[in-house]
Design a binder for this molecule. Sequence first.
Ligand SMILES: [Ca+2]
Length: 472
Amino acid sequence: MISSRSRKMIRNPSSRRGQGRRYTRQFMRHAIAVCLLGISLAGADASERRPNVVLLMADDVGYECFGAYGSRQYSTPRLNRLADGGVRFTNCYSTPLCTPSRVALMTGMSNVRNYADFGSLLPDQYTITELFRDAGYATAVAGKWQLQGGQNAPGVPPGDGFDTYCLWNTGNTEGRRYWNPSIECDGEILEVREDQYGPDIFTDFLLDFISANRDRPFFAYYPMALVHSPFLPTPHSKKRESEDEQRNFEDMVAYADYIAGRFHDALEALGLVRSTVFIFTSDNGTHHRIDSSFGGTTIRGDKGALTDAGTHVPLIVSAPGAIRGGRVIDDLIDFADFLPTVAEAAGLAIPDGVALDGISFWDRLRGGPGNPREWHYTYYFPRPFAAEFDNPYRHPEVAYVRDKRYKLYADGQLFDLRSDPHEVSPLPPSDSASASARRKLGTALATMPASGARIPSGRSAASKGAPRPRWQ
Ligand SMILES: [Ca+2]
């Protein structure tokens, strides 16, 4: 069973239930029933064409680092403008770490059902890539992959399912991500110069893809390399030799903003702004060496932890042909929600037999009543085969359910996030003010599996010599 947020490990493999629902790619290709739902982008230039989707996901940066959310420390003018003309969500929560968030985004499912190991996405999962590919979209991915297979589990090859890819962190490209980067594009390792900057290469690649596919619907997925450590100067940094991590990090956030602006400019030049759904988010909170002034206080990044500072991320959606801008929505948003949301935006049906945890928020974007979440669930066990769990990136198995105010862990600890955002003092079970929240969240928690999916060790050659799982 899922134990607690403590460092204690409790494991009972026989208690598994409700584990991953697996579907082969072959089955999905035959079973997929793509249908238009009659949703077209509103506006004078609306046409029969389905909308494009551009999804940017920054790496390791919380909501506190963006002007649109109130930061005055960071310079993010382009994202501010996109938020002004679009919709800004104030309660979007990722998992605390890279791979778990990527798996949830790609599959529309909670990690409790299909998370295998760090660096891995199981090849038999239905993915957002297949959604678009099987609907005839042109598809591309650039940036950071990290889904090719972990120590103990097989994963999908670089860019699998996409028409074209340009990626770092593919197994063949474990070198640098920024200057003089190690990058693989469609099976070829790029030859780069020392003065070439990885984020520029990824951005140019996707903008070329968009331009080449301007006349057909496309899905461009950009899991960005920025703004993860190492914290290095960018091409726009005044001091190109700076070793000031905090300063460099601020420059990196500004550069991620500049990249978002490049996408908007390119779409505008191609006349595609109104026919494109543009999404910007981040895969987890800010690194713990970074401090950010926010709302009269200082937020220290808490990547890898389950706190708000590890999981509260920005979410900005701009789609001027379809949604009215200038709005702020405080709905709870889960990373499993992206797949059904873009599917509905594009008028694509989820194939029969695919059961998602995600809930589309497209109707909410359109101004409708939608189906806002009553609660958000997170399962976190990033390195299940690790030999020890004494740091945030090798963490014990934990699950929680939260609403906008309270968070209930599987071990029964309940926190009032409004008064205790750092989760220092669990509320006593006798606390009457939180009794209804405890009941509501407890009921929600009971709807999820009691334990995560277990991917047996030894499934891949790479697992030889790996430490035995603790639960065996
Ligand atoms: Ca990350």
